[in-house]
Every structure is written in structure tokens, then in C-alpha cells.
Design a protein around this ligand. Structure first.
Ligand code: BG6
Length: 528
């Protein structure tokens, strides 16, 4: 995570740079950025969607920004014979689609052929099965030939391959740091899903830690690669006005939403096994929860931040099945129902929507409900954290009951809008003292130039630098699963799954979850 801070203000819309802290990014060029050290990046799953849609475009964007070293090499491992050229051509085609859209403003709306050539000339395809020993012999030989000996092994593969790949990397000596050269690094990047419940996550962690030290393991949650998610800490801790009210005395409730308009998009097989709750709650939504609720760390150093996160995860009260609502989309205006999607059983009871009421057992948050919801095929795409303050205690404007006032809501907007929003009250112009609700909004694009970014740039760059701030530690992953274990293995049998129309707001039972507390969800589609 970058320790660079940009500051700007209403009177000076031009952002200026300054540096805070002294992390790995602190040295270097004017914005504190320098090329990452040279390394060999080995991608297991070179033929997969992640490599095509996210990893290659991110590497390309990093190379355009001059953040990759000349000594960088990329080896893509996948089953199936293929020429390197065919692999690269295929990725180049996808790059036009995935990177160029986002790069339209900063990179002239097209792929910079020079940058792509620079990157692709460092890429090689290696055919082989993920569990075949000869793949690891060949990798060892190649990495040993490099002058630096640094290597990152990126597991962009199905979860069933995590254990066998890690084991083979270990047995072939590929995870031994310093083995080849003093000071060289060997790192392991693991995608989600990291386990399917507490027991499997513990088992996976134990297995990995037999072959690698915790400091070598980079567990990815791609939400942490989003600038707007990283910005939650900046907003909280770089401004004096938030911390004093950021506590149970002033905050009524917090709503964390990640709703999507898309359905399962050809991922029926995966989704049938996973469901919305496992897919989003103990990982992405808990990461947002941690960002909004963790105690101030002493610095932005990786362990300082990760320790505070671990404390927060530890303080999450184990979720009760009665505080969770599951839903499944049915045919509606916005499309077919989940059961009619490819690879989905006609009588599937997999949830495509999950809502939960979560409490954090600590001094700051005791009694404040955090309402979490996520769903596919909802009325709007919206990822945000809405912090609702308590109403004023007494109303001096006679004749207007306190309850009639709109509460103050501070919203951290993550996707697709990027920014913040504040709802508050003012006097309506005119002779009468009438109170009206208004909204003030900050949009990133109004202040900062749009950057080409597909979301993995910071994560890859940080991994090359050895900055683990944005990656998840074993203990936090396990605490996350621990908090939801009673929902995953309920004593009274599987939780009911309620229907909701495709393109809707989720099941009415989720509204009732909040109505019980005298509250309501924030509308998914409200005025900008
Ligand atoms: C993934 C989930 O981890 O996150 C997907 O597996 C989900 O089901 C996606 O759609 C959401 O991420 P984003 O960045 O598009 O909000």
C-alpha cells in the first residue's frame, strides 16, 4: 500500500504530492515510486481468465508507468501445448479490450505497442501439468539462470491445485530464500477462495506454512487493490473531523453493500459450490468492515495495519443464523432466474444474495449494528459503505420533530462511483425556519486524473516490493471464517433461501432483518 499521500483542497484543485511514513515506497522518484526489483513472475494458470483479464493488463499498466525492472521475466505455466507466440498474441488481443478501455484517457485510448513489446518480450509460455514434477525442475532451472534469483509464484488456478503446487514448489527447493543468492526473495501469491470454512482454511494455512514462512505468503483479496478501499483509511486518519465521531456514541449503524446487476455469468459450476455468502462475506465484505472499523494503527507499516485488522476480526461477534438472510434470484424484468443459468441445478438452493447483521465486541463499537448485503442480479451495481450518524438529541426548531430530520450519512463510495458523499440538513431559503436535507459529494475524477487501472496493479507492485500491507495474514483469514462458521454449519439445518426477482432489491426477509431494529436499507438506486 502506498505511503505516498496526495493532498488537495477545494481552493486548490491541482493535487500536490507529499510523502508520509517511510515504507518501501518512500524512496524514489518525485511521487515516491520506483521500479520494483527484478524478479521472475511465474503464473500458474497462464491460460485462465484471471491472467487474461487482470494480471496481464495490470502488468502492462505497470510497465507503461515505468514500474517494472528490465530484469523482469514472466513464465506462464498451463496444461496444453502452445507456442509462446500464440499465447502472447492471445493476451495481446485481450489487452486491447481490457486495458485500452481503461487506458483511454491516460494512454491515448490504445495499447502502447512499445510498452506491450517491452513486456511481451519478457514472457514465455511453459506447457505442463500443475502436479507434474518436471514442471518444477524446469522452473528451477530457469530461475537459477537469472542473475537475481528472485521469484514470485502466482497461483491463478482453481483452489484444488493450491496444495499440490505449494508442496511441489517446496519439495523442489523453489521457496528457499537465499538458497541461490544472498538476499533473494521467493514469494507465493494465493487467490481466493482461501478455504471454504474455518477447518479447510486452517488446513490450507498449515499446509502452506509447512513449505513457506508467513512472510513469503501473499493472500490476495482483490478488494484491497481498489484505490477507493485503500482510501477509507486515508479519509478516516488524514482528517480531523471523522475520528471524534467514529464510535458508538455518535454512530447509529453502518451499512456495507456490494450489489451487482450481473448474474453468475457462466460461473454456475463454481457458484453452485460457493454461493454469495462464502464468495463475498468473510472476505470482501469483512475487508470493508475492517477498513471502516479498525482502531488507528501507530503507522502505515504493514504489521501495524495488519495487527489492527487482526484485532478487529477477532472482535467480530460470531454471526448467528438468525441474523443472516439468504436469497436467490428468480426470473424477473432483468433476466432469467438463477436455476435457469447454465450449470445450475433446477432445484438449486444456492444463495445468490446474503445479508447479515454483524456486531463488533469492543469498546468503540459495542451495540452498533453493521448491516452487510451482497447479491447478484440486483437493481443496481453499488459497492459502498454508508455510515449513519445518530440523530441530534434535541431540536431547537420548534414544530419539527427530531424524527423528521434526515440523519447525517457519510458514504464511502467504492464502485462504480468513486468518492464520498455526505447527507446533512440546512435551512431552506425563505422567511420560515424550515429544514431541508441536502447532499454534498466528492468524486475522484473531479480532482485527480484518471489512471489506467484494472485493480491488480498495486497488489502486484507491492508483492514485488515485499510490502504485505494489503495482503491477508493467516490469522485474519481464520478469524474471518471463524466468525461465520455457525452460519456455514448451522445446528438447525440449512438456512432458508428466499426468492427475489432478478433486477430487484433482494428478498423482503432482508428488509425485515433491519425493520426488527427500526431501520431500513439505503435505497440501491437513489439520486446521484
Ligand atoms: C469476486 C467474486 O471475488 O468478486 C465475484 O467471486 C464478484 O462473484 C466479484 O462478482 C466482485 O468484484 P468487483 O471488483 O467486480 O466488485
Amino acid at each position: 500500500m502506498s505511503n505516498d499521500a496526495k493532498h488537495t483542497g477545494a481552493s486548490s484543485p491541482q493535487p500536490a504530492s507529499c510523502k508520509i511514513g517511510a515504507g518501501p515506497h518512500a524512496a524514489g522518484g518525485p511521487a515516491g515510486k520506483r521500479p520494483a526489483p527484478p524478479c521472475t513472475l511465474v503464473i500458474f494458470g497462464a491460460g485462465g481468465d484471471l491472467t487474461r483479464r487482470l494480471l496481464t493488463p495490470s502488468l502492462y499498466n505497470l510497465s507503461v508507468d515505468g514500474l517494472l525492472d528490465d530484469g523482469m521475466r514472466i513464465i506462464g505455466v498451463n496444461h496444453g501445448e502452445r507456442e509462446t507466440k500464440a499465447w502472447i498474441d492471445d493476451l495481446g488481443q485481450s489487452l486491447k479490450q481490457f486495458a485500452a478501455d481503461k487506458a483511454s484517457e491516460s494512454h491515448g485510448g490504445r495499447v502502447d505497442e512499445k510498452a506491450w513489446k517491452w513486456l511481451s518480450s519478457r514472457m514465455t509460455y511453459m506447457a505442463g501439468e500443475f502436479e507434474a514434477d518436471d514442471v518444477f525442475d524446469r522452473l528451477k532451472e530457469r530461475i537459477d539462470q537469472s542473475s537475481h534469483g528472485n521469484a514470485i509464484f502466482y497461483l491463478a488456478v482453481g483452489a484444488r491445485f493450491f496444495k499440490p503446487i505449494v508442496e511441489r514448489l517446496g519439495r523442489h527447493g523453489l521457496l528457499k530464500e537465499d538458497a541461490q543468492r544472498k538476499g533473494c526473495f521467493r514469494r507465493l501469491v494465493i487467490e481466493k477462495p482461501f478455504g471454504t470454512d474455518l477447518a479447510s482454511a486452517r488446513d490450507l494455512n498449515a499446509h502452506i506454512l509447512r513449505f513457506a514462512a508467513e512472510s513469503q505468503v501473499y493472500r490476495i483479496d482483490h478488494f484491497l487493490g481498489k484505490d477507493t478501499v485503500q482510501s477509507v483509511l486515508a479519509v478516516r486518519f488524514a482528517n480531523a473531523m471523522f475520528e471524534p465521531v467514529w464510535r458508538r456514541e455518535y454512530i447509529d449503524n453502518v451499512q456495507i453493500t456490494a450489489s451487482e446487476t450481473l448474474g453468475v455469468e457462466g460461473r454456475g459450476k463454481f457458484y453452485e459450490q460457493t454461493g454469495a455468502f462464502r464468495d463475498m462475506v468473510p472476505n470482501h465484505l469483512f475487508q470493508l468492515l475492517a477498513m471502516v472499523a479498525l482502531e488507528p494503527p501507530n503507522s502505515f507499516d504493514a504489521e501495524a495495519v495488519r495487527n489492527k485488522k487482526a484485532e478487529l476480526f477477532d472482535a467480530i461477534e460470531p454471526l448467528k443464523p438468525s441474523d443472516v438472510v439468504f436469497g436467490q434470484y428468480e426470473t424477473g424484468d432483468a433476466g432469467v432466474g438463477y436455476r435457469d443459468e447454465p450449470d445450475v441445478a433446477q432445484d438449486s438452493t444456492t444463495e445468490t444474495y446474503a445479508a447479515a447483521r454483524v456486531f463488533i465486541d469492543n469498546w468503540r463499537w459495542a451495540g452498533v449494528p453493521f448491516y452487510l448485503r451482497t447479491g447478484k442480479r440486483m437493481a443496481a451495481r453499488r459497492t459502498e459503505i454508508a455510515v449513519q450518524l445518530k440523530r441530534v438529541p434535541f431540536l431547537l426548531f420548534r414544530g419539527t420533530p427530531v424524527e423528521a430530520l434526515t440523519p447525517n450519512i457519510f458514504t464511502l463510495r467504492i464502485d462504480p462511483a468513486h468518492g464520498t458523499r455526505f447527507d446533512f440538513n440546512v435551512k431552506v431559503p425563505g422567511p420560515a425556519m424550515q429544514i431541508g436535507a441536502v447532499r454534498s459529494a466528492f468524486n475522484y475524477n473531479d480532482f485527480f486524473a484518471e489512471r489506467a487501472n484494472v485493480g491488480y496493479e498495486t497488489l502486484l507492485y507491492d508483492c514485488m516490493l515485499g510490502d504485505v500491507t494489503l495482503f491477508q495474514r493467516a490469522d485474519s483469514i481464520e478469524s474471518g471464517w471463524c466468525a461465520v462458521d455457525r452460519v456455514l454449519h448451522p445446528e438447525g439445518g440449512a438456512l432458508p433461501v428466499y426468492g427475489y426477482p432478478a433486477g430487484g432489491n433482494g428478498p423482503v426477509q432482508a428488509d425485515e432483518l433491519l425493520a426488527r431494529d427500526g431501520r431500513a436499507w439505503r435505497p440501491l438506486q437513489d439520486a446521484e
